[in-house]
Design a binder for this molecule. Structure first.
Ligand code: ZN
Length: 254
């Protein structure tokens, strides 16, 4: 059975950092748990780091991968066995940086689509200190980057809420163009999707990542680099200022 992804329960679940779980698979390098708050590498976002505390003490989680079974890589010296109960805790600073950066990506991608003739987001990489988005087709000049930054920061200052919901493919496509949401890249047999929404209808995007619950937590965005990737694709790099609206983690064990 697939690992239950506790961080996906709702938007607020991404603020939880501590959980209990049971080891359901174990090998020399790591374990699969029945449920987890650790986000695995995927969708351009890096994995969560943190610790698992089991019968033999605390073990660092080195990386996290997988879609159905989520594999917590612990290195070779871990002694966890199937049936062990663990307490997991994720590194909040890292998780929260990813939540802010990732939600900023949704916003920047949506604003760029509206400003620049439906330009598509064709890739992204979410990191702690800076993140990247690839757009196509586009040739950004200085004025365009200033406009993109200004419009994005204006929206952040309006403090829109971020919510998640489950929607059907047709419903999503009736609200947002499929080339804006990248719905046309999602296999057609998937009909029901988890959608992340900014405001009432500012942005809508199928996504299984971790996000903040209000865009004010992004702070201020600055575009710090632009690079051509060939064939009409350009990559922008952005960073975020510290926000006065930073949220605290919720540490309780579910
Ligand atoms: Zn997302």
């Amino acid at each position: 059975m697939a690992t239950t992804k506790l961080y996906l329960d709702n938007i607020e679940a991404a603020y939880e950092t501590k959980f209990s779980a049971e080891v359901v698979k174990s090998n020399d390098n790591g374990v699969v748990l029945d449920r987890t708050l650790f986000y695995p590498l995927g969708g351009g976002q890096n994995w969560d780091e943190g610790t698992l505390v089991g019968p033999n003490g605390s073990i660092d989680v080195l990386d996290v991968k997988g879609r159905e079974d989520i594999i917590h890589n612990l290195g070779e010296s871990h002694q966890l066995e199937v049936g062990d109960e663990i307490i997991g805790e994720i590194d909040w600073e890292r998780r929260y940086a990813h939540m802010r950066m990732h939600t900023a990506q949704h916003l920047v991608s949506g604003v760029a689509y509206e400003l620049f003739n439906g330009v598509r987001t064709v890739g992204n990489q979410i990191n702690i200190t800076h993140s990247r988005i690839d757009f196509k087709p586009i040739s950004f000049d200085e004025d365009m980057l200033v406009e993109l930054t200004k419009k994005t920061n204006e929206l952040i200052s309006l403090k829109y809420e971020v919510t998640d919901l489950t929607m059907m493919r047709n419903e999503i496509n009736s609200i947002m163009p499929p080339e804006r949401t990248n719905m046309d890249l999602i296999p057609s047999f998937i009909d029901e999707l988890r959608v992340v929404k900014i405001g009432d209808s500012l942005d809508l995007c199928p996504c299984a990542g971790t996000h903040i619950s209000n865009i004010s937590e992004i702070g201020e965005i600055s575009i710090i680099g632009k690079k051509s990737k060939g064939k009409g694709t350009q990559r922008i790099t952005y960073e975020l200022s510290n926000s006065e609206f930073l949220r605290e983690k919720k540490s309780e064990i579910i």
